[in-house]
Each structure stands twice: as C-alpha cells, then as structure tokens.
Design a protein around this ligand. Structure first.
Ligand code: NDP
Length: 459
C-alpha cells in the first residue's frame, strides 16, 4: 500500500497490507493473549500506559512530522494534537482504577447475602479509526480499552497508517504485549475482514455510510458496537455579542484542521440585527488565514487529506451558487500538486442547499440570517446529525434556554469545536451511537458482571 503525502502527491512510504488470512492470524494471536493481559493487575496495565505517555513526550517532534506528512495537517496543529493527547491519557490514568474497581452494592441484614458488580473486559475488540485526528480518536478507544484488560485489533485509516504504526511501536516499547495491541494495516477491505472475525466488540470512528455497514455487521454478531460518526455542527450568534470576538472564535472552529474535524462548525446562523457586521468580520478573519506547506510554522490551512473530498466540496459550491448563495471568498480547488481547496465562505444560504445539509468536511462554510432565537433553534435542529452545537451571547440565561432545546451530544456557550476528556463525547442520529471519554468512556470497554454471593460474611 502506497502512502501519499496529500500536500505534494509524492509517495512517502510503502507498507504491506494485511490480507484476510493475515487478519485472521492477528485475531487468533490477540484472542490467545487477552486472558493473561486481563489477569495482569490494573496497576501494571496503568504503568504500561504511563510508559507509553513518556514515549510520546520523547518522540513528539517525530510523531508530529509524520502526521503532518501523511495527512497534510499544519505542523503546529499536529503538535497541538499530541499535547492534547497527553491530557487525555492523564485523565484515564487518574480515573481508571476507581472506575474498574469491583463494587459491593448490597449486604443483607443477616450478613449472609452479598451482591457485587465486577467490571470485566469485553475481550478482543476491533478499533477501526479515522485519519483526521488519529491520535485523539484512536486513544479515546485503545487507551481505556487496554487499561480495562481488552486486547485491541487496531486498524488505522489507510490515510494515517504511519501514525498507526508509530502508536503500535510505542505501546510495544511501553510494555503492552505485541499480541495485546495489534495493528491491522490496510483499507476498507481489511476493515471488513476484521469485522468477519469473532470479536467481542467494535469501536468505529468514521463516516455515517461506513458506520451503518459496521453497525449492521455488529448487529448480526450481537456484539457491542460504538459508532462515532460525522456532524453538521451549527452555531448561532445572538444580537448582543461582541462581533469581533465571536467571528474569530467561530472562524477558527470552522477552519481549524482545514475544516476536517467531526466537530468543525459547519453551519452558522446569525441574528439579522448583527448579520452584516458579523459576515464582514468573519470574512476578514478568513482572508487572514495562511494556506500553504503544512510543514511551515506559519501555515494555518493545510491540504485536503482525501482527494475525493475535493469533488464533494466542488459539488457543494456549485449547488449553493445555483440556488442563489453569495460567494464571498474562495470557492475553488487550488491547482498544482497535492490536494488543496481555498477557504470558502458563502452568505445568503438556506436549507435547500447541500452546503447546509450534508457534511462538508473541508474548509467551506455558509452563513444564514435568522429573525429570532426560535428560528435559530428550528434550523439548528433541522439536520440528520447531532454531534455539537454552540451559541454566542453574553446572556447565560438566554444561552441555556437555547441550548436546552438543541438536539446534540455536546453544547457550547461562547465556544465551539472543543472536546474535554472529562465529558462524554457522543452524538445523536447520524452522528452515531455510544460514547467515548469521561468515566463513562472507561466503563464502556467493560461488561458488568453480577455476583450473588450467599454465605459470604459481611465486611
Ligand atoms: P470512513 O468511514 O471512510 O473510514 C473510517 C474507517 O473505516 C477507516 O479506517 C476505513 O478504512 C474503514 N473502513 C472503510 N470501509 C470499511 C468497511 N467496509 N468495513 C470496515 N471498515 C471500513 O471515514 P474517514 O476515515 O474518511 O473519516 C471521516 C469521517 O469520520 C467523517 O464523516 C467524520 O465526521 C468522521 N469522524 C467522526 C469523529 C467523531 O468523533 N464523531 C471523529 C473523526 C472523524 P480506510 O480509510 O482505510 O478506507
């Protein structure tokens, strides 16, 4: 399998792809190794993850450069991802032991019957991951899954394979047995072969289309399934905001990672009283973004990781123009080597346009005028997705009232495009099922086992 730099179209590496027989062998190795890992004390498993964290710190620059080369992410944003990864690992290291501790939930009056809950690992799980934040979306799964005693068959996206191999190497060096964390290398066919193994759970990050297929395969097997899928995340700007601050924050939320984030701002609604002022502040902000070599320290807009996405963006531009939207900046692919798309802003958009309904997953955004908070809420909820939503206003009561009516897994007041390890990350509708992060995101890699112990003496 050729690994291509999306910024230049140059082949930067070639790796061997796992055919179906190799996937099966890896599964069998993981199955054989898992019981011993589950029997290893939690303290020891945490030690291995702590050592993994140390490897990341030591390798930070190498890892950031590999990530930038294979996905086209600006180098500073690659470093930010690695720094954010450490914060997530620290959360799991601090919380896992008490979440996994066996609980005594009842002792009868005579002290004869004791009821306990233990948190058993699921067994061998598949972690099928995405390329846009491979360290984040991968570690949300494999770190707590490993701490909980599972073996993990980890399939990085084919667009983030080198990063996946770095992760496997660092976990190995950290003391996680080679057969307990096993990279499975390849594209969609390899992912499908992985799902044919008798695994105990599948944790998938990716698109709705693939997620629906993964969910169907898991349903037939009756195994645990989690799907972290896409979004069409809205923000609403009320009429009482500081325009400059809101425009800068939301433009960053829309264009950071070149718009290739599941929680990127993808729709903007602005109260009519401040619409024109907001649009001009927003466009001025976007015009200031530096687009170019992702390795350059001053680059803010990088390459489009997957070439086919350029066609999706072009179709959304053509459709919006045809239906009367006003193009304010960008609107075209950038010619030359690699995959590039100019940061694009449309005003006068509405929900007849694909741009306001379909996930864009690129540096393109539409800004729609609304007459009231009620109109904004109705439009924010007019979507198949439900990952995040934000509102900008100095008035907390107003913000809370609006956010309470919005259907989405996360809501933001005066911020956007943000993930906290302490809070559950989940979506509604086409944004998926299940969750990662928070203490729930540790528990999710376990199966509660009920113990009825008659004759035990109360302690
Ligand atoms: P895809 O759905 O194309 O791929 C996701 C993963 O599934 C990849 O590893 C892919 O392999 C693999 N895959 C493809 N076909 C199959 C199959 N038939 N069976 C099993 N596995 C398969 O998504 P992208 O990688 O393009 O990621 C972008 C999408 O992910 C966006 O929609 C985005 O919103 C979403 N996303 C959601 C996040 C969240 O937390 N909610 C976080 C990040 C992204 P390969 O790539 O090698 O083909």
């Amino acid at each position: 399998m050729k690994i291509v730099d999306p910024a230049t179209s140059a082949v930067i590496a070639e790796v061997a792809e796992d055919a179906a027989a190799a996937v099966k062998r890896k599964y069998l190795r993981a199955r054989a190794a898992q019981p011993a890992w589950a029997a290893t004390p939690v303290r020891k498993r945490l030690e291995a993850i702590r050592a993994f964290r140390e490897r990341i710190v030591a390798m930070r620059e190498t890892l950031a450069r590999t990530l930038t080369r294979e996905v086209g992410k600006p180098i500073r944003q690659s470093r930010n991802e690695l720094d954010g990864l450490l914060v997530r690992i620290d959360f799991f290291l601090a919380e896992a032991a008490h979440v996994l501790r066996e609980e005594k939930v009842h002792v009868d009056a005579a002290g004869k019957l004791e009821e306990r809950i233990s948190h058993e690992p699921l067994g061998v799980i598949a972690n099928i991951s995405a390329w846009n934040y491979p360290y984040f979306v991968g570690s949300n799964v494999f770190v707590p899954a490993l701490i909980a005693g599972n073996a993990v068959l980890y399939k990085p996206s084919e667009y983030a394979t080198l990063t996946g191999l770095h992760i496997a190497e660092m976990l190995d060096e950290a003391g996680v047995p080679k057969d307990v964390f096993v990279p499975v290398i390849g594209g969609g066919a390899t992912g499908a072969a992985l799902l044919r193994q008798p695994i105990d759970g599948v944790f998938f990050t990716g698109s709705y289309a693939t997620g629906a297929r993964v969910g169907a395969a898991a349903g037939r097997k009756m195994i645990k399934v989690q799907l972290e899928l896409g979004g069409k995340d809205p923000v609403y700007i009320c009429d009482d905001v500081d325009i400059g601050t809101a425009a800068a924050s939301i433009a960053d939320g829309a264009f950071y990672n070149t718009g290739q984030s599941c929680c990127s701002v993808e729709r903007i609604y602005v109260h009519e009283k401040v619409y024109d002022a907001f649009v001009s502040a927003f466009v001025a902000e976007v015009k200031g973004y530096r687009i170019g070599d992702p390795m350059d320290e001053s680059t803010y807009i990088g390459a489009i990781t997957r070439r086919p996405q350029i066609e999706v963006l072009k179709r959304q531009v053509a459709d919006a123009k045809k239906k009367g939207a006003k193009l304010l900046v960008g609107g075209h692919a950038i010619k030359g080597k690699g995959n590039w798309f100019a940061p694009t802003v449309f005003a006068n958009v509405d929900h007849r346009m694909r741009l306001m309904k379909d996930e864009s997953f690129g540096p393109i955004i539409g800004i729609q005028k609304v007459a009231s908070d009620a109109d904004a809420v109705a439009l924010m909820n007019d979507t198949e997705y439900g990952l995040t939503a934000g509102v900008y206003t100095p008035d907390e009561k107003r913000a809370r009232k609006i956010l309470a009516q919005v259907r989405s897994g996360s809501v933001y007041w005066n911020c956007c495009d943000h993930v906290s390890p302490r809070l559950p990350w989940s979506g509604l509708g086409h944004s998926g099922i299940g969750l990662t992060l928070s203490t729930y995101g540790i528990q999710t890699f376990t199966r509660p086992k009920a113990w009825h112990l008659r004759g035990a003496t109360a302690r």
